[in-house]
Design a protein around this ligand. Structure first.
Ligand code: FE
Length: 447
């Protein structure tokens, strides 16, 4: 199949002026990303390779093949003319092109079996690694390698929450807790607002089109919580009939609740007098000092009404995470520009930590865990920044503008190499299956 997305000249103008990386470093990223997605899926067999037809999950066998297809499409098949060479797998586009193959049909496809699918993955990866060695200075190849790594990391997180959805075992049961909780004031951080540069700068390296480009926004003074809403906080809402009282829910949220029939966040259960939650294949006692997780945007809004708080806008969130007001600059990560590690942020781990863990990762303005632990819903609807121009992977952002809500910050299942302060995630407001929680702001402004 030949597909044209734009002529090479136009496309090259859109490209970020990337600093070329050592191809060995990029090869290492490709391999690490593959190892992670494989580790999360390697025990799936028989019926679990297809799994149930849920709107929020893919058949894993399809998704594993799709990873290889995506990598091959962008890193091997794209020609300078804008045309695409055929895949090494016959009919690959008819099977794995997520833009062309409707979600509900993915269970009915004549997919290769798992052995052939893994073989296709390995074959493509091998060829990309060889091409990186052969063409170490090809800027567009480096761009698409970064894209493929990010894509695979995002699907690894999707596999991770798919396992939670389907009550499969924890893919990382042996991972230890990387950071001890440390004292943290529960008071809000009082922030003056003012002009703020929201979004990514060209010097930031590989970023997605939805982060481009930084632009001035004006923020009123605001107060934001230092830590995320805990299970203990949220329990008060649940026990105060939060899921029964109409006044906490807006119209759309109430409609969702009537169809979902939940009385607590999904996975919460109370078999006796004690609240528990299902975590992968087991139930555990509700960890009271961990952030509430698996709440959707409607639940986040309802909680805010109960607590007389509000969600931050995404600009407020990024300001609180990124601004170093002393230096008058933004940071790539809340703690600075040093690469993430366990002491700073709970990323690429196996479970959430208490909301006061990772003290060394506090933002300059005093917020904890702005990256890692749980994604945080914002009040903001996902829309393009001013001057938005679509990137070559056109289906990444554009189809979802206007219907999705922005989440920020990454979760325990997000990789360290993926996340940064300007990263915008986006889901529909009914999605409670993802690793998302809540951080709130005071309703009255500080000024
Ligand atoms: Fe994909």
């Amino acid at each position: 199949m030949i597909a044209i997305f734009m002529d090479e000249l136009h496309y090259s103008k859109l490209m970020i002026p990337l600093v070329l990386d050592d191809p060995e470093y990029l090869a290492g990223q490709l391999v690490a990303s593959r190892n992670r997605s494989t580790r999360i899926t390697c025990d799936l067999e028989a019926d679990r390779l297809l799994g149930p037809r849920f709107a929020t999950v893919n058949p894993p066998l399809w998704e594993i093949g799709h990873l290889a297809w995506f990598q091959e499409y962008w890193c091997l098949r794209r020609r300078p003319s804008g045309a695409y060479a055929p895949s090494i797998l016959p009919d690959a586009d008819k099977l794995y092109d997520s833009a062309a193959v409707a979600h509900e049909t993915r269970w009915n496809l004549p997919l290769p079996d798992i052995k052939r699918t893994r073989g296709y993955q390995a074959d493509v990866l091998e060829r990309v690694l060889r091409r990186l060695t052969r063409e170490p200075e090809d800027e567009s190849l480096q761009y698409f390698v970064r894209l493929a790594v990010a894509h695979e990391d995002m699907h690894a997180e999707a596999f991770h929450y798919t396992r939670q959805t389907l009550a499969y075992s924890d893919p990382f049961p042996d991972a230890g807790a990387p950071s001890e909780p440390a004292a943290c004031s529960v008071a809000d951080v009082d922030l003056p607002g003012g002009l703020f540069r929201l979004g990514a700068e060209p010097a930031d390296g590989f970023v997605f089109d939805n982060e481009k480009w930084a632009h001035d926004v004006r923020l009123s003074p605001f107060r934001i919580a230092r830590v995320a809403v805990t299970n203990a906080d949220y329990l008060k809402f649940v026990e105060d009939s939060g899921y029964a009282r109409r006044d906490f829910w807006d119209e759309e949220g109430w409609t969702w609740l009537q169809s979902a029939q939940q009385q607590a966040p999904r996975y919460w259960i109370r078999p006796d007098d004690t609240w528990r939650l299902r975590r992968f294949a087991h139930t555990i006692l509700l960890p009271l000092d961990s952030p509430v997780m698996h709440v959707n945007w409607h639940e986040a809004q309802a909680y805010c009404r109960f607590a007389r708080r509000r969600l931050p806008t995404e600009a407020e969130w990024e300001y609180a995470a990124a601004l170093d007001s002393t230096a008058g600059k933004k940071r790539r990560y809340p703690w600075g520009n040093a690469h993430p590690q366990a002491a700073y942020a709970n990323l690429e781990s196996s479970n959430t930590l208490a909301v006061n863990a990772c003290a060394r990762g506090d933002s300059a303005l005093g917020c904890r865990q702005m990256l890692g632990n749980v994604w945080e819903w914002t009040a903001t609807t996902f829309t393009p920044y001013p001057g938005y121009v679509v990137d070559p992977y056109q289906q990444y952002s554009q189809p979802w503008f206007g219907t999705h809500k922005v989440l920020r910050g990454g979760s325990f299942a997000t990789t360290q190499r993926l996340i940064r302060n300007t990263w915008r995630n986006f889901y529909t407001p009914d999605r409670g299956d993802i690793f998302a929680g809540i951080r709130t702001c005071a309703i009255e402004s500080a000024g």
